[in-house]
Design a protein around this ligand. Structure first.
Ligand SMILES: Nc1ncnc2c1ncn2[C@@H]1O[C@H](COP(=O)(O)OP(=O)(O)OP(=O)(O)O)[C@@H](O)[C@H]1O
Ligand SMILES: [Mg+2]
Length: 491
């Protein structure tokens, strides 16, 4: 297209409405704070300090780092929405992409974003976005203002940055009284979630000691979703897709095999085992997505111990459709097949561990364990049978000689109470087509002889053959064998 041929008209976004739109990107408090921490890490910070100051509706959250910092002009540049082109290459350790995170993450939570920053050997500078001022002036204008109490905050550091969020209207109503205990509790609960989210999102940085993150006075410890220190965790071999994406599966131990109940509880994570299963997608060392099957599978109880690490380099951001919040990713079509087949193999191991109880008992009892149900396969189809060699069956046969009714009643109870529902459920979920659906000759003979006995008894009771036939069709499982019933009629 030759642009010079055309008349032009400027269509500049209106500040007041556009900046409100930035608020609606869909961050949660935890993803918003993680986005600010990303910036600190990209600025080579070694220590990050998160503080929350409870003052009711005037509460404040601050995130401070000892990274490279910015001078006054650089802060202004950093405060500009879309200061960097998302298509430009970034260094491998840069966690940013869109040139938006600082603004969108902050506005999603608060009306005032202040940045105080300091480069080495320079004095500190500060600028603020104030949504009330932008609304009033309808101008993209920063104010050279920060809350007074923070002006000296970086004096003790060589370089660094302090991000201050005040007027946290998306966290709590601005008119909340400081004495409102229930609001205070909610604030503190919301922040506890943030702390857990940080422990998980940045666990690799914390573990390799490249970064320390402080939560008030306390240092945050890492939460590693794969429990590598549990001796019974099963690590699967790493596989790579096109040489750049890496997958590594982990099957966590069965509850009984964790080193302690506390460790099992801790490994559960924020949302519980069933929800935490799935892929864990990392961009660099930073976790983007925790426990998600990426649309390839559903979450199911028996895969709850399966967690698969995926490592992406940031040069694949576009292909994987990384979003502004750094909390979503969509595998491109070329990766899906390999992801799926790798995950399937890990999931199979996971479901075996999940239903491990039987096996454990077997091991404990040595060779003498007698299962009641046995899983069998024939011609690639699976089915479950009662183990005729189980001593219970022998005993019931003995009992049947003298008390047949009691023996049958006992047998039925034992079968009823011990249906292998869990194992069948897993089988169906794994490959529902392969359930065995037709019956052995032996079973077919049993059905036939039972049918003819019952048919004769109906006739003896004075029913016509039609009536007897109709009656038998109402009895399960004979309702499934109408053809056999028809044959009876013809004999
Ligand atoms: N804590 C910080 N220390 C030093 N520089 C920072 C800090 N926070 C932000 N910046 C600068 O501000 C710029 C804009 O940050 P912002 O988070 O808005 O976008 P980004 O990190 O480049 O990309 P993304 O939108 O993906 O987060 C950064 O590229 C960085 O140069
Ligand atoms: Mg950023």
């Amino acid at each position: 297209m030759n642009y010079s041929e055309y008349k032009k008209a400027e269509a500049i976004p209106e500040a007041a409405s556009m900046i409100e739109t930035f608020r609606a990107i869909g961050y949660s408090l935890e993803t918003a704070i993680a986005d600010i921490i990303d910036n600190s890490i990209s600025a080579s910070a070694k220590n990050i300090y998160i503080n929350r100051i409870w003052r009711g509706g005037q509460s404040v959250i601050t995130i401070k780092d000892d990274g490279e910092g910015m001078n006054s002009n650089e802060i202004i540049q950093a405060m500009r929405p879309g200061a960097q082109n998302p298509l430009s290459d970034r260094s491998e350790t840069d966690l940013g992409r869109f040139g938006l995170g600082l603004k969108t993450a902050s506005f999603s939570q608060c009306r005032k974003l202040s940045v105080l920053s300091k480069r080495k050997d320079e004095s500190s500078a500060f600028w603020s976005w104030d949504l009330d001022y932008v609304t009033e002036s309808d101008k993209w204008e920063l104010l050279q203002w920060i809350p007074k109490e923070f002006t000296d905050e970086l004096d003790s550091l060589q370089s660094g940055t302090l991000v201050i969020w005040s007027d946290l209207d998306r966290v709590l109503p601005l008119q909340t009284a400081e004495t409102d205990d229930s609001a205070k509790r909610k604030f503190s609960d919301a922040l506890d979630k943030v702390k857990n989210h940080i422990a998980m999102t940045f666990h690799r940085f914390i573990e390799d000691k490249s970064i320390r993150i402080f939560w008030g006075e306390h240092e945050i410890t890492a939460w590693n979703p794969f429990c590598p220190n549990e001796s019974k965790t099963q690590e699967q071999p790493t596989e790579s897709i096109n040489g750049s994406v890496k997958m590594k599966g982990y099957v966590l131990p069965h509850k009984n095999n964790f080193s302690s109940e506390l460790a099992y509880k801790k490994a559960e994570g924020m949302n519980g085992y069933p929800a935490q299963q799935g892929f864990y997608v990392y961009r660099g060392k930073r976790l983007l997505l925790a426990g998600d099957w990426l649309g390839l599978f559903r979450k199911e109880e028996h895969y709850k111990l399966v967690r698969i690490q995926i490592d992406l380099p940031n040069k694949l951001d576009t292909e994987w459709q990384i979003d502004i919040k750094k909390s979503k990713a969509y595998p491109p079509a070329v990766c899906r097949e390999q992801l799926e087949s790798y995950a399937k193999s890990v999931r199979t191991i996971g479901s075996e561990v999940y239903r491990h109880r039987g096996k454990i008992l077997k091991q404990r009892a040595g060779q003498n364990f007698q299962p009641l149900w046995e899983e069998k396969a024939k011609d690639g189809k699976w089915f479950f049978v009662i183990n005729r060699k189980n001593t219970i069956i022998e005993n019931l046969k003995e009992l049947a000689k003298t008390q047949p009714e009691q023996a049958i009643s006992n047998l039925l109870h034992i079968v009823e109470e011990n249906l292998p529902t869990k194992a069948i459920y897993i089988k169906i979920a794994e490959n529902d087509e392969k359930e065995k659906t037709h019956f052995s000759d032996e079973y077919s003979d049993i059905v036939k002889s039972t049918l003819s006995l019952m048919f004769e008894s109906q006739i003896k009771q004075g029913k016509t053959p039609e009536q007897a036939k109709a009656y038998l069709k109402t009895i399960e499982p004979f309702n499934n064998y109408e053809d056999l019933i028809e044959q009876l009629y013809n004999e």
